[in-house]
Design a protein around this ligand. Sequence first.
Ligand SMILES: C[S@@+](CC[C@H](N)C(=O)[O-])C[C@H]1O[C@@H](n2cnc3c(N)ncnc32)[C@H](O)[C@@H]1O
Length: 348
Amino acid sequence: MTETLAPPTGPTIKEQGGALLAHAAGYASHRTITVGLRSGLLEELGRAPAGATPDELAERLGLDPFYVSVWCRAALSAGVCDRDGDRYRFAPHMATLLLDRGSPGYVGGVFTLMEQREMFGRFEDSLASGERLWWDECSHDWIAGVAGTGTPYYSRLVPGGLGQVPGLAERLAAGGPIVDSACGAGVGVVRLAEHFPACRVVGVDGDAHSIEQARGRVAEAGLADRVELHCSPLEQLRVDRPAALIVNNISMHECRDIDVVTENVLAALEPGGWFVISDFPFPDSEAGLRSVPGRVMGAIQFFEAQIDDQLLPRAYYDDLLARHGFTGPGSASLTPMHALTWGRRPAP
Ligand SMILES: C[S@@+](CC[C@H](N)C(=O)[O-])C[C@H]1O[C@@H](n2cnc3c(N)ncnc32)[C@H](O)[C@@H]1O
């Protein structure tokens, strides 16, 4: 008697092939977007709300008309553009998402950042050696690119995200020092100083080039009289005056010693002062890892690995703050790739 074999379960080879091709398609759309960003094609489309033909775009930018027509069709495939006859124009919201650095929804910076060597190229080259690096060895372009992708995180944090922390807005309206720990190139210190005019803002970062960039940004914004900048590891964080608020934007997971930094933050706060961690909530489930936000955060992990850390699940910060004696814990999800966690220094 012959045994009947159970039919195979799980996805078919056709379905798995489709899943792989979706990755290749994503790569094609990604490259279409970065070509459009770097060449000025996307910016030129933004200047033509009624649309433009490939020939018109080519003429305006001094590019080859045939190549531009190929790019336009690929941008249509990617959903970045719509087409009306032979005229292309931005699909709804795409101009804001790709070009408007001030928008809380801005994602344009992610595309060009992912193509920089620090993300995948250097990782692949160092796969055998496992050689690590730190921010002072990263290119200046990388630091500028990270500041660009960090910008919408600050736009969502200040003032909207901070507005979700009970009692904080009232305290800041009355003035009180704010510290941006790991302030990078200064986008956040400028935003904090502009939104909380009664407050002094201190930015601290361990990377000298980032602090230099921050100085330039603060001076350009005319805020040098209210913003102080220091180059120092957070593991040695000290403040002259206790802070009403300490924020950390997309950097807490990078601490060399996260417990020492959390202790330092607690010590640097006034009684009742707040620590707000604004970070990527790395998925802690397989379904989360396979989601679109999970896959983008998975890409960021390639860079994080090289600086010897990894993004952390949001709940990690609940435990961190609790074990260091913070009270009044809270959290909020701002987007699937952005979450806040906060706690307060106990009042006596
Ligand atoms: C991803 S960037 C974010 C910068 C900025 N918060 C932003 O959102 O644009 C991380 C920053 O954290 C700084 N950093 C990482 N670990 C640090 C540490 N232990 N002490 C001080 N700065 C640190 C780096 O120098 C870098 O500027």
